[in-house]
Design a protein around this ligand. Structure first.
Ligand code: CU
Length: 835
């Protein structure tokens, strides 16, 4: 919940500006969202800078990059600030908000060229453009039978209806010519093309893009799903009126569901509760007269019984109160208001239940509650941090073309949805003479659950499904270079609908950059002192979101040894309760006098649609569980030292419900069933768990009805394009037990050689610490995907040696060397001279 309120953000790195703020003054804020349409229903699509609405894939694009002069012109057109010019090999559609290094000596053509074609048309996996979103919304709205129906439409989600894998493969045959030769279009020119080759081209044209809309009707309380075809002709129509008529492919009312809540609803709910007479009286009883100090955080009600049925759209807010006379940037979560029961009908937008049940004094203002810079926090910031600058004078080693990314030998596409946030599509590795080898079709986070362990009201009701009830993508942040990200950054924007059908853009919400990552490999010959060492570098793609009091950062790291890592960074503010003076609860941690943080868990579900050495959709993968096993004592193990990696094929979906086991170093391999490496073993990638846990709530806990997928750490399913969200698409107030993953696997589909989807469930049990207050230092959790027999030797062997660095300080310059170690060049020269 939250960001709720399109809450404006102030970056803490703007310390100068903030330090100048008088706490009594109204602070200025920066809105991170920009609407391209002023009023509900108004169709004024504003194409993004450089946005190309030409969806005709039939145009052959030139292989060559534009010449230097053209590149310079393009760059100048898009960049008013000379210091912010991108290197010319970067996407020419970069706009002025793309932050790039100010290094002047950027060489054209540096970076690796894997044959990625430049293109101006959208790839079928590109997220919807603002124009496409606006056209889809206008078309659906126009379908409303009456003005009342049209007025009641609220647009929960408008996303690309992702095409089938065959369509993606066809498109990739254009973007990555060596990959799919059988689909690669004939290169014959139109002038000389034969009739058959023209027919072939026609057949190979990609289908029009489609949008999928989730629409909630506030008047009827009905939820519907729409599919709209976005034809080229409509998007290029001369007037807005014509653009209303995109083709409606289907519309279905989904019974018995409540779609995710929206920031607009949260803001309205807060205002409604603060205007409710009995609530105002209850606040007065607690000494609160100024409703401006009150914070109302709506939480979804979950499903505990028929009273929570989705025939009503419900929220149970939590209430907090800031301190009178304190700074407007005060941490308001430090003073929870206990004992008030409020139930809000979010459709009618009115309080339908209110009860002032008991009185707990507000915690006294905690002097350690704030997290602003020193002047406002009332503390002292440390002063001994020297500048640390990331310098990439030749630019980055990645290349970007639209949403396609190449880095070193990796290539993939960036996607973004309001629900999942960042999506990584079509991950592949360029493996020399073996060509472009596929690893995964689609990677994303598809559900979260955060259950709390305190049995008392209101905490027992806190079981947030942050993806299905709210959405990670639509709560994302605009990131800022120097604060959120360091170095040479490529940012991607995200375009959404808001609740009223207006298109909003969050600039710079996905950050991509390179990071030094310490040592990749190293060996020193102890006899000669000869040493080889290579530094590791990783490419990091990430986004951050705020869900009520918490922040989550989602990172995908790509390494030079063929590994990938998924990492979640948890930070933000604890969800707190107030205690009476003499009260103690064992279900949490006392943070400050009267202030208490209940224990809880954070669970994440990653959906990994794998394609190891498979062409997309080919279905030649299987999953093998590996357990390190102690050899039985006997003639084969006379010294009792033997152990081995025991492999078990997970042959069906019911067999493939597995849990982590650190005692056996359990992990899972996704193997290609046909492709062998040089030792005759199947090629594969392994899923390596990090620390993990399972739910600590009793098996009869009500939230587990909706979260049956938490009962195992690993699930494996046969790919089905309709199976996307493990708790179903609408977990909010969901009365159905075990909907989603737990139901799908009852089919027990075969997994021995098929198109595999891994569902990895991982979590952290959070026993709050005093050190998590007032804002929690990042907690890390994640997993790795590592090649296992995929390559014939270390793919990191070809990383070149780094140059020795010259360290400069104010007194002297010296060459860095390690005492006792002969430099390689010197040693090699010596060895050669002895030959
Ligand atoms: Cu936590």
């Amino acid at each position: 919940m939250d960001s709720r309120a399109q809450a404006s953000t102030i970056c803490s790195c703007h310390s100068t500006a903030i330090a100048d703020i008088n706490c009594d003054a109204q602070t200025s804020t920066q809105c991170t969202r920009m609407s391209s349409c002023g009023a509900a229903g108004c169709l004024q699509p504003q194409p993004a800078s450089g946005e190309d609405v030409d969806l005709g894939y039939e145009h052959e694009q030139p292989d060559e990059q534009p010449d230097e002069q053209q590149r310079q012109q393009q760059s100048d057109e898009h960049h008013n600030c000379p210091a912010l010019k991108p290197p010319p090999f970067l996407d020419s559609r970069l706009d002025s908000t793309d932050t790039v290094a100010a290094d002047s000596a950027v060489k054209a053509g540096s970076g690796v060229n894997l044959g990625l074609r430049s293109h101006s048309a959208a790839h079928p996996l590109d997220p919807l453009t603002p124009t496409e979103i606006a056209v889809a919304i206008a078309s659906v709205r126009a379908e409303g039978d009456t003005p009342e129906v049209r007025d009641g439409m609220r647009f929960v989600e408008v996303v690309l209806n992702e095409p089938g894998k065959n369509v993606v493969a066809l498109a990739d045959s254009h973007f990555f010519p060596p990959y799919q030769p059988m689909l690669f279009r004939s290169k014959a020119s139109k002038a000389t093309a034969t009739i058959s080759s023209l027919q072939q081209q026609q057949q190979q044209q990609l289908p029009p893009r489609q949008a999928r809309l989730v629409v909630y009707n506030k008047k009827t309380n009905k939820t519907s799903i729409w599919l709209v075809e976005l034809s080229n002709q409509v998007l290029n129509a001369p007037s807005a009126a014509h653009r209303h008529h995109a083709k409606i492919l289907s519309s279905v009312v989904v019974p018995d569901v409540q779609p995710p809540m929206d920031a607009d609803e949260y803001a309205e709910c807060e205002a409604t509760v603060k205007g409710h007479g009995p609530f105002v009286e209850a606040m007065k009883k607690r000494g609160i007269d100024d409703m401006e100090l009150v914070m109302v955080d709506p939480w979804c009600v979950g499903y505990y019984g028929e009273e929570d049925a989705p025939s009503r759209r419900l929220a149970r807010p939590l209430v907090f109160c800031k301190t009178p006379g304190a700074c407007p940037l005060e941490n308001g979560y430090a003073r929870p208001v206990e004992g008030i029961h409020v139930l809000v009908d979010m459709q009618q937008m009115k309080v339908i239940e209110f009860e002032d049940r008991y009185l707990v004094p507000l915690p006294p203002p905690d002097p350690l509650r704030n997290y602003t810079a020193a002047a406002l926090r009332g503390g002292v910031d440390r002063t001994d941090i020297k500048p640390l600058l990331i310098s990439q004078p030749e630019g980055p080693s990645f290349r970007v073309n639209g949403y396609a990314v190449e880095w070193q030998k990796w290539n993939f596409r960036v996607g973004f949805t309001p629900r999942e946030g960042l999506v990584i599509h079509t991950v592949a590795y360029n493996d020399g003479i073996h060509g472009r080898r596929s690893i995964a079709h689609r990677l994303s986070f598809v559900e979260m659950v955060v259950p709390y362990g305190d049995p008392k009201d209101p905490h027992y009701r806190k079981n947030a499904f942050d993806i299905g009830e709210d959405g990670l993508g639509k709560n994302c942040h605009s990131l800022k270079r120097g604060c959120d990200c360091l170095g040479y950054i490529k940012y991607f924007d995200a375009h959404f609908t808001n609740f009223h059908g207006e298109v909003e853009t969050v600039k710079n919400c996905v950050c991509m950059h390179e990071e030094d990552h310490g040592i990749m490999w190293k060996h020193q010959d102890w006899r000669t002192g000869f040493e080889e060492v290579r530094r590791s570098r990783r490419l990091t793609v990430s986004f951050f979101c705020t869900v009520a009091n918490y922040e989550y950062g989602f990172y995908w790291h790509f390494y030079q040894d063929g590994s990938m890592e998924a990492e979640v960074k948890l930070t933000g503010i604890l969800s707190l309760g107030a205690l009476k003076a003499d009260e103690h609860r064992r279900h949490g941690t006392l943070i400050a006098p009267g202030l208490y943080a209940p224990v809880h868990q954070h669970f994440f579900v990653a959906r990994l649609d794998m394609a190891v050495d498979s062409q997309l959709g080919e279905g030649l993968n299987q999953v093998v569980e590996v357990n390190m096993t102690t050899e039985e004592s006997g003639p084969h193990n006379p010294h009792n030292n033997a152990f081995y990696a025991k492999e078990t094929i997970l042959r069906s979906e019911l067999e493939a419900q597995r849990d982590c086991n650190s005692r056996t170093n359990r992990h899972w391999l996704v193997r290609n069933t046909r492709k062998l490496n040089r030792t005759g073993q199947p090629t594969g990638y392994k899923l390596m768990p990090d620390s993990n846990c399972l739910p600590l709530a009793g098996s009869d806990a009500k939230f587990l009805r909706r979260a049956t997928f938490l009962s195992h750490n690993l699930w494996v399913t046969q790919y089905n394009r309709d199976e996307c969200f493990p708790g179903g698409e609408f977990p909010n107030q969901n009365p159905r037990v075990g909907e989603g993953l737990a139901t799908w696997v009852k089919q027990d589909r075969r997994l021995e050689e098929t198109d595999i989807v891994l569902w990895y469930v991982f979590g952290v049990t959070h026993v709050p610490r005093l050190e998590d207050w007032p804002v929690m230092p990042v907690e890390h959790i994640g997993f790795r995907l590592k090649p296992d027999g995929f390559f014939d030797c270390s793919p990191a062997i070809d990383i070149p040696p780094s140059k020795l660095e010259v360290v400069e300080d104010t007194h002297h310059k010296e060459q860095v060397s390690v005492k006792g170690v002969t430099q390689p060049d010197t040693l090699i020269a010596t060895l050669i001279s002895k030959l």
